[in-house]
Design a protein around this ligand. Structure first.
Ligand code: CND
Ligand code: ZN
Ligand code: ZN
Length: 386
């Protein structure tokens, strides 16, 4: 590539401080260093986690920052030592890395890589504690080592995977977070059994992906729970057998769910990010063998408080990052299953906008009008790669 080794000037959405919507700016993106990859992002979804960065409720984030963690793109150049991808490859940046060397990566039991931005300790610069982004002379921080709200981004090689060269990037960007997270919570973390009863609290892009996973696993009853009834038709289209709003009942929603099912649901998923609904999800589970999976990310500093009898009777309380997938191993397979039309993840995309309209994308999310809004970068001639 003509741009290899050079600083690239391109568009990115910078969140200058907590509480402010991102503003589209021209940024400078430095070339990748050893074991890093520079990617031209083609499409990126907006996930509620990005909104947590906008609102300042995501833990340990330094500003200014470029958020975005649900993108897909094409490798522009690689730094010394990179062997896993090459320029021109279609890729998805991974917001949970897989270094392949740490105790967690070597164990089949978990996916929270110990050499990640979360574990060493939480920070939002590159692994060497420097940034590849500047804007108006200022250092700009990375986010989850992905920062897909930039036309070009630099990621560690542990945080990238090649996908099918025929994959439509404007659709499979959802596999970078929303779909993989929700689908994996049902299939991989909860291991939903055929014929079971599930409750899904929160019917946004991630919650609807849980619904898709529960249906794929053969659940016979999938109860969607949301305060926004506009989410119900899509939930039913994707597999929910019934949908209820807590606002329609005088009694707590967990009591309603236990009454609806006899002794509680087999699996409950909290996909909102509130401690009150996390406890409600746990309390709606079958008292002897129900499993509750926490997926939503509550604000920094939250503490969960519940009656321990919930667990003493045999209920299980689990949680997962990105559905529990080991993303380097599992993401290419998920994408190729999508290419075989195993699931209709396109139905999760409610809006597609030019990247410049990113604020509109956040406003749609705030108004409860979008499921997933995908932002597209227009390929300028200077940076044409295909
Ligand atoms: P989104 O905001 O689209 O959906 C949340 C849904 O919850 C909306 O439909 C709301 O109407 C609904 N809701 C809000 N409050 C309540 C309530 N009190 N009772 C019932 N329903 C309610 O969010 P999303 O689907 O993009 O993300 C959902 C959560 O998942 C969010 O907290 C995000 O940060 C988190 C997440 C986690 C992970 C992970 O790896 N664990 C990855 N990505 C996102
Ligand atoms: Zn690791
Ligand atoms: Zn996400």
């Amino acid at each position: 590539m003509a741009t290899a080794g050079k600083v690239i000037k391109c568009k990115a959405a910078v969140i200058w401080e907590a509480g402010k919507l991102p503003s589209v700016e021209e940024v400078e993106v430095a070339p990748p260093r050893a074991h890093e990859v520079r990617v031209k992002i083609v499409a990126t979804g907006i996930c509620r986690t990005d909104d947590h960065v906008v609102n300042g409720v995501f833990p340990n984030i330094d500003y200014p920052v470029i958020a975005g963690h649900e993108g897909a793109g094409i490798v522009e150049s690689v730094g010394p030592g990179v062997t896993c991808v090459k320029p021109g490859d279609k890729v998805i940046p991974l917001c949970v890395p897989q270094c392949g060397e740490c105790g967690c990566c070597l164990s089949p039991k978990g996916n929270c890589c110990l050499k990640s931005h979360i574990c060493e300790p939480i920070q939002n610069l590159m692994p060497d504690k420097t940034s590849r982004f500047t804007c108006r002379g200022k250092l700009i921080h990375h986010f989850l080592w992905t920062s897909t709200f930039s036309e070009y981004t630099v990621v560690p090689e542990a945080s990238i995977v090649q996908i099918d060269s025929d994959a439509p990037l404007d659709k499979v960007c959802l596999f970078g977070c929303g779909f993989s997270t929700g689908f994996g919570a049902a299939i991989r973390t909860a291991k939903v059994q055929p014929g079971s009863t599930c409750a899904v609290f929160g019917l946004g892009g991630v919650g609807l992906s849980v619904v898709i996973g529960c249906k794929a696993a053969g659940a016979s009853r999938i109860i969607g729970v949301d305060i926004n009834k506009d989410k119900f038709p899509k939930a039913k289209e994707l597999g929910a057998t019934e949908c209820i709003s807590p606002q329609d009942f005088k009694k707590p929603i967990q009591e309603v769910l236990v009454e609806m099912t006899g002794l509680g649901v087999d699996y409950a998923f909290e996909v909102i990010g509130r401690t009150d609904t996390q406890v409600a999800a746990l309390e709606s589970c079958h008292l002897s063998y129900g499993t509750c999976v926490l997926v939503g990310a509550p604000p920094a500093g939250s503490q969960l408080s519940f009656d321990p009898t919930n667990l003493l009777t045999g209920k299980k309380l689990l949680g997962c990052l990105l559905g529990g997938w080991k993303l380097k191993d599992d993401l290419p397979k998920l994408v190729s299953d999508y290419m075989k039309k195993k699931w209709n993840t396109d139905a999760l995309i409610s809006h597609t906008l030019a990247f410049e309209k990113i604020r509109e994308g956040f406003e749609l999310l705030h108004a409860g009008k979008s499921i997933r809004c995908v932002l597209l970068f227009q390929t300028s001639k200077d940076h044409q790669l295909m």
